[in-house]
Design a protein around this ligand. Structure first.
Ligand SMILES: N[C@@H](CCC(=O)N[C@@H](CS)C(=O)NCC(=O)O)C(=O)O
Length: 224
C-alpha cells in the first residue's frame, strides 16, 4: 500500500483545500493531512507545487497534483465509488462551466467585498450579487447541484455555504439576501447538513479571527 499513499497539503482556512478533503471523504479514501503555513512556505510545498506555490496539493503514489478543480477531477477518475461528475458529457460540461463561472465572477468579487471599502466594495458586492442571481436559477428545484447527491459542482461551490457568510460578516456586506435567493439559501442548508460536510468544516470562530486579520492586512495594502 505504501506506494499508493495519499497525502494532502492544505491550510485550515482554504476553501480550495476543503474541496479536495470533501471529495476524498465522500469517496471514503484515506489520506494523510499535512497542514501548511501559507505565509511561510515549506520546502515540501515549493518542491511539490513549484509553479503556483499554493495549497492544496494532493500527492498520490508520490505524484503531486495541484489546483483544486484538477485534483477533484483526478480523485473522481481514480476512485470510482461515489461518482462526482455527471456521466453524461453535456451535464459534465455544464458542471465545469458553472464551477468556472463562480470562480471567475463570484469568488473574486466576494473576496474583494470582504476586505475593501467605499466604491470598490460596493462594485464588488454588485458583481457578486449578479453572479449569485445566475447561480440561483441553476439550483432551483434541486436538493443539490448534483441532484439527489452531492456532486462536483456542489464541491466546487461549497465555499458559498460557509466561507461566504463569514466574508460577509467580516466585510459588513450582504451578498446573499435569503428573500431574494431562496433556492441558494435552501441549498446552503442542505449542503451544510450533509454529514460529510458538517463534520469537515473549519471552526467558525477561528475562521473569523483569520479573515478579520486578512481584511486588516489587505485593506491597508490596497490603500497604499
Ligand atoms: N486556484 C487554486 C487556488 C489556490 C489558492 O489560492 N490557495 C491559497 C490558500 S487558500 C494559497 O496557497 N495561497 C498562497 C499564496 O497565494 O501564495 C486552487 O483552486 O487550488
Amino acid at each position: 500500500m505504501g506506494s499508493e499513499e495519499v497525502k494532502l497539503l492544505s491550510f485550515f482556512a482554504s476553501p480550495f483545500g476543503k474541496r479536495v478533503e470533501w471529495a476524498l471523504k465522500l469517496k471514503g479514501v484515506e489520506y494523510e493531512y499535512i497542514e501548511q503555513d501559507i505565509f511561510n512556505k515549506t520546502s515540501l510545498l515549493l518542491q511539490l507545487n513549484p509553479v503556483h506555490k499554493k495549497v492544496p496539493v494532493l500527492v498520490h503514489a508520490h505524484k503531486p497534483i495541484a489546483e483544486s478543480f484538477v485534483i477533484v477531477e483526478y480523485v473522481d477518475e481514480t476512485w470510482k465509488q461515489y461518482p462526482l461528475l455527471p456521466r453524461d458529457p453535456y451535464q459534465r460540461a455544464l458542471a465545469r462551466f458553472w464551477a468556472n463561472f463562480a470562480e471567475q465572477k463570484l469568488l473574486d468579487a466576494a473576496w474583494i467585498g470582504m476586505y475593501s471599502s467605499g466604491d470598490e466594495q460596493q462594485n464588488a458586492v454588485k458583481v457578486a450579487r449578479e453572479a449569485i442571481e445566475k447561480i440561483e436559477e441553476e439550483i432551483k428545484g434541486k436538493k443539490y447541484f448534483g441532484g439527489e447527491n452531492i456532486g462536483y459542482l456542489d464541491i466546487a461551490l461549497g465555499w458559498i455555504s460557509y466561507w461566504l457568510p463569514i466574508w460577509e460578516e467580516v466585510g459588513s456586506i450582504q451578498i446573499i439576501d435569503p428573500l431574494k435567493f431562496p433556492a441558494i439559501t435552501a441549498w446552503i442548508t442542505n449542503f451544510l447538513s450533509h454529514p460529510v460536510i458538517k463534520d469537515n468544516l473549519p471552526p467558525r470562530d477561528k475562521m473569523l479571527v483569520y479573515f478579520h486579520s486578512r481584511r486588516t492586512a489587505l485593506s491597508s495594502t490596497f490603500q497604499g
